[in-house]
Ligand binder design. Structure first.
Ligand code: ADP
Length: 711
């Protein structure tokens, strides 16, 4: 080549570089979407490319072959820096140029691709249609995205496919027409799109599910409604059956008929119970329970519920206790629902407990402002529940042991109703249980505070309460009640405890609360009898044979204690020590048939300093009186010969022998006519039981002095 040619070539190359810069800039802008793909813009880009292309063709004949090295270098500059994979393809579909991104995207090296047909990058399943598409593009070569509306895939060297998007740009030059393909990997976008689709699908499913749920709910409402109606309709004929059976049972029946009628009654009652539970259950299910609002004493409700199952408990030999924390205020809420839960739990507890003990308790749980949450517990020492049964226990129709449940009766609805009711009352329900040891069912319920418990005067402040019971639970309950009335309490589980209790009790007012069911655990029985004989009005007996029944009601205890204290406060304090009086000497005979009372009286006479001789009935008394006593204390009601007859006999004898022994009647019959009867029989004085130390002292002083002064 000559020098002139080189220098003009230099200038041309310089020009070309400028043109090329412009062309690349506009091309990039176009491909990247920065330049709007409008017709004038396309034209401008194409024009600049034509220009470059024309210059290149005139510059180097070698450039005419698209696959030549020089050409590659030149056009490579256009495409190399692009973030996209770019491939220049000639009209026959041969690859003339690629950039680094192409190598990266398809996994081929430049050398492997150059000169190959573009088909190598097309998945096999699309290859057949490819030439036709190429031809159609070549026929009307305008810049456009390839395969509009279709998903496009590239084929990598390793055979895998990659979703791509392709922009096509025709490049026409004197050396022929080319297509510049800009390829972008849309894997990420596709994935995002798929996610969006999945999301939309899920949404659609959710909507469908919601719809289904609504339908199910209305079906379940229908079912509930149906059960409710059926149950209701069944009540009428059932009431008739129960009524008729009751009428029949009052008639004179043979054994066979009686058994049949009883069976009918029992079955009808069982059905009735089932229907009631069913109705409750469906009402709750249907959300048809309106909570009532009324002010009530929690105490009344809890103790009332306990009362309902008390007889059943008694029959099974089960001790039933109720405790309501005295701190619980009057509340406002639905007392009936509360009672219903308590009854369910209590009935279960008694049902599944033989002997042993059932305790129902209520205590404050949480308080905020004018609201209070109470916690209720029903604890038993019954058969317990296996751990694996606990989770489904509150589901409808769940019974631990169907056969066992059949024996004791039950529908398996009680606990699920209780759960719903507790939730309705703004609380929760739960259970802990140990098979063989017992269960503790608890629930909470929220109420409005109607009236804070005012610290009013109980009238019992400072009075002493001696609790005589071997049952810790019972003793604790009584203790809590007494201390809430500001009383001082003492617990006794033995005779010496009682004695201690009485000794240390220095106030004028005291009362002994005796748990009769527990008498006999030690020597306490005797002591209690003595106590009762001595201070009948101070002893409050509780138990099957007691003045008060179990479960003990707080208000009954209060009344009994108040009565005992007010009856006794008039009596002066127990004299502590009795000095033997000088001059009070003599032999005393005491006639008393009750052995325990004898023991007590012996102590009392010793205290007074007048040792006495004891006999147990009238006959012995008449006989003993012959020995010449100075004073006789005579019980009235006695076996063999009563006190009146004995007195008459003694007086009769005295008519012959002379002399007159003073006889003082000791009787539990405290009426005036009893007194008159004693006097008529020849007695000199009269003591009403219980006999107190002061009485003995008074009587011995009076009659022994009299005897001494006479003698
Ligand atoms: P049911 O009317 O059959 O008593 P519930 O729902 O009240 O129905 O009780 C379900 C089951 O839970 C009972 O059948 C019994 O197996 C068990 N269960 C409930 N309370 C007690 C308990 N205090 N001690 C032992 N098992 C209990």
């Amino acid at each position: 080549m000559v020098a002139r040619e080189w220098s003009s070539m230099d200038t041309a190359l310089h020009d070309l570089r400028n043109d090329l810069a412009v062309a690349i800039a506009s091309l990039e802008a176009f491909i990247d979407g920065k330049l709007e793909p409008s017709a004038p813009n396309c034209q401008r880009v194409l024009d600049s490319l034509y220009e470059v292309s024309a210059k290149v063709s005139s510059l180097a004949p070698g450039l005419r072959a698209p696959a030549s090295a020089g050409n590659e270098a030149l056009l490579g500059a256009i495409v190399e820096g692009s973030p996209y994979a770019k491939i220049l393809v000639d009209a026959q579909g041969r690859i003339a140029l690629i950039n680094a991104q192409t190598e990266k995207l398809f996994g081929y090296s430049r050398a492997e691709l150059l000169g190959q047909t573009i088909d190598v990058l097309v998945p096999e399943r699309f290859r057949r249609g490819h030439p036709a598409l190429r031809d159609s593009f070549n026929e009307s070569p305008i810049a456009r995205p390839m395969g509009a509306g279709r998903d496009l895939y590239g084929r990598r060297k390793d055979g895998s496919e990659v979703p791509i998007e392709i922009g096509l740009n025709p490049i026409a030059s004197e050396t022929g027409s080319f297509t510049l393909a800009a390829i972008s990997d849309i894997t990420e976008r596709k994935r995002a799109e798929e996610l969006r689709l999945i999301h939309a699908g899920v949404q659609q499913h959710a909507t469908a599910l919601e719809e289904l749920n609504r339908e199910l709910a209305s079906a379940s409402r229908f079912k509930t409604q149906f059960v409710a109606t059926m149950s209701h309709e069944l009540r009428t004929p059932l009431t008739a059956i129960i009524g008729a059976a009751e009428l029949l049972s009052t008639a004179k029946l043979g054994e066979r008929e009686r058994i049949s009628v009883e069976t009918i009654s029992e079955a009808a009652e069982a059905l009735f119970a089932l229907i009631r539970s069913n109705l409750d259950f469906s009402k709750i299910e249907a959300g048809k329970v309106d909570l009532e609002k009324r002010i009530f004493e929690v105490q009344t409700v809890v103790e009332g519920a306990a009362e309902v199952v008390a007889q059943m408990a008694r029959e099974k030999g089960t001790t039933l206790h109720a405790f309501v924390d005295p701190l619980i205020p009057r509340v406002e809420g639905d007392a009936d629902r509360l009672k219903q839960i308590l009854l369910n739990l209590l009935a279960n507890a008694v049902k599944f407990t033989e002997g042993g003990r059932v305790v129902v308790r209520a205590s404050p749980f949480r308080q905020s402002g004018s609201d209070i949450v109470l916690r209720f517990e029903v604890e038993d020492t019954g058969i317990g529940i296996p751990a694996e049964m606990l989770p489904q226990l509150f589901e409808p129709f769940s019974q631990v042991d169907r056969m066992a449940a059949r024996n004791v009766g039950g529908t398996g609805l009680g606990l699920s109703i209780s759960k719903s009711l507790a939730e309705l009352l703004g609380g929760e329900i739960g259970v802990t249980s140990t098979p063989g040891a017992g269960s503790l069912f608890w629930f909470t319920a929220a109420f409005a505070i109607a009236e804070e418990r005012a610290r009013s005067d109980s009238g019992l402040e400072g009075a002493g309460g001696l609790i005589i019971s071997g049952d810790d639970t019972f003793a604790q309950i009584v203790e809590r009640y007494l201390t809430s009335w500001a009383m001082k309490t003492r617990r006794a589980v033995s005779g010496s405890d009682v004695a201690d209790g009485l000794q240390t009790n220095d106030g004028p007012a005291w009362v002994a609360i005796v748990d009769l069911d527990d008498i006999g655990i030690s020597d306490i029985g005797v002591t209690v009898d003595i106590l009762r004989a001595l201070h009948p009005s101070r002893v409050i007996t509780i138990g099957t044979d007691g003045a008060l029944r179990k479960p003990l009601r707080q208000s009954n205890l209060f009344d009994a204690v108040s009565r005992a204290i007010s009856a006794e406060t008039a009596v002066p304090a127990r004299p502590t020590a009795v000095e033997p009086r000088a001059g009070v000497v003599g032999r005393v005979l005491v006639v008393e048939d009750n052995e325990r009372l004898q023991q007590l009286l012996r102590l009392q006479f010793n205290d007074v300093g007048v040792p006495a001789t004891f006999v147990s009935d009238g006959l012995q008394a008449v006989e003993a009186a012959e020995d010449g006593y100075d004073l006789i204390f005579m019980d009235c009601l006695m076996p063999n010969m009563d006190g009146l007859a004995a007195t008459k006999a003694i007086r009769e004898r005295e008519r012959h022998t002379g002399g007159h022994v003073p006889i003082v009647a000791m009787t539990a019959n405290a009426f005036a006519e009893d007194r008159d009867a004693c006097m008529a029989a020849g007695m000199d004085d009269y003591l009403a039981k219980p006999v107190r130390l002061a009485d003995i002292r008074r009587m011995t002083e009076r009659w022994l002095h009299a005897a001494a002064s006479q003698g």
